[in-house]
Ligand binder design. Structure first.
Ligand SMILES: Cc1cc2nc3c(=O)[nH]c(=O)nc-3n(C[C@H](O)[C@H](O)[C@H](O)COP(=O)(O)O)c2cc1C
Length: 343
């Protein structure tokens, strides 16, 4: 019996197993940010491959918040139809799908649009200096997240994940490394978490109460002058009070330094947060083997295991994992001839 391949219900969302495909940008939309055939086939293949929860790539809430001119978008009503089609496809294949809504802030590379951020500090020498956000910008971005969430509900996504990690806009507010504001959005932690909290509250208002709200956070920053893990735990506590149901725990991205990575390198952070806050967490990071996934879930370290690049390489990872773990009933009937000894 494998625990990570057994179903789970979180809030009202039934997942056929505890494998989450973590968000991975494909950068293959047109300038209009609309879903393409590539997205349908790509995500559809992972649903056929029996992934429990697909978390769609970072999808821009504002044109100027795109990470590239080819990001998916949720900044206009015209984008909803394509997203709806994708959600219907995933549901018809028995899968569940969340959308990650994001804004790049100073890490945006949208094309001609102006770049905005909490402070006028470039991410690195390779990025332009952003303009410091005015109160009007704050209001506009807040409403952009809210409108994107409203559209995501129209498209019937099973959950919404707000991107608060990897050095993008909301992370930039949380971090003293990128947030040098003198107003009540900068300085002490209570101020730095203010804008992310306002976004969560605005998004929550646009969603039915029963729909799952997730946030992705970088637990640690790997940069001088960054925030600490206790600060992220305190922030998470406030985010949960504001309505977050699941924490998707990653690390880094706020600066140019990277940690030494190895399978499971982010799990201790997720585990610590889960222990302190008693909330379902997702962790990922170089997970490739089913026995690792089993260990993470069976030991109670994570509620769901996050798989990234391994699922880009192999949409049938879950099917092969089921065979290796001796779990029957997972291979779709249409593919059973490819797995002659399995059911
Ligand atoms: C091609 C690619 C695109 C990514 N895009 C996103 C993204 O849109 N949003 C996000 O939160 N993380 C993104 N990530 C980070 C992954 O979600 C994940 O955290 C990272 O790849 C580590 O997991 P892995 O070792 O299983 O790949 C991306 C990673 C890759 C490789």
């Amino acid at each position: 019996m494998s625990q990570f391949l057994t179903p789970i219900e979180i809030k009202n969302l039934y997942l056929r197993n505890r494998v989450a495909m973590v968000p991975m940008c494909l950068f293959c939309a047109g300038e209009d940010g609309i879903i393409t055939d590539w997205h349908l086939v790509h995500y559809g293949a992972r649903a056929i491959g029996q992934v429990g929860l697909i978390i769609q790539e970072a999808t821009a809430v504002e044109k100027r918040g795109r990470l590239s001119p080819r990001d998916l978008g949720m900044w206009t009503d015209e984008q909803v139809e394509g997203q709806k089609k994708l959600v219907e496809l995933i549901h018809s294949l028995g899968g569940k799908i969340a959308i990650q809504l994001g804004h790049g802030g100073r890490k945006s590379r949208p094309g001609p649009e102006e770049i905005i951020a909490p402070s006028a500090v470039p991410f690195s020498r390779d990025f332009p200096t952003p303009r410091e956000m005015t109160p009007q910008d704050l209001e506009r971005v807040l409403r952009a997240f809210q409108e994107a969430a409203r559209r995501a509900c129209l498209a019937d996504y099973d959950a919404i994940e707000i991107h608060g990690a990897h050095g993008y806009l909301l992370h930039q507010f949380l971090s003293p490394h990128s947030n040098h504001r003198q107003d009540n959005y900068g300085g002490v932690l209570e101020n730095r978490m203010r804008f992310p909290l306002e976004v969560i509250q605005a998004v929550k208002e646009a969603m039915p109460a029963e729909k799952l709200l997730m946030i992705r956070l970088s637990a640690v920053e790997y940069v001088e002058g960054g925030y600490s893990l206790p600060e992220i735990i305190e922030t998470s506590r406030a985010l949960i009070r504001a309505g977050v149901d699941i924490l998707d725990i990653s690390t880094g991205g706020g600066g140019t330094t990277s940690p030494r990575t190895y399978p499971g390198y982010q799990v201790p952070y997720a585990q610590k947060i889960r222990e302190q806050l008693n909330i379902p967490v997702i962790a990922c990071g170089l997970l490739t083997r089913p026995e690792m996934a089993e260990e993470w879930v069976a030991s109670g370290r994570t509620a769901l295991v996050g798989l990234g690049r391994v699922l880009l390489r192999d949409p049938h990872w879950v099917l092969k994992a089921a065979v290796e773990m001796g779990v029957s009933g997972i291979i779709p009937e249409i593919y059973q001839r490819a797995f002659p000894d399995e059911k």
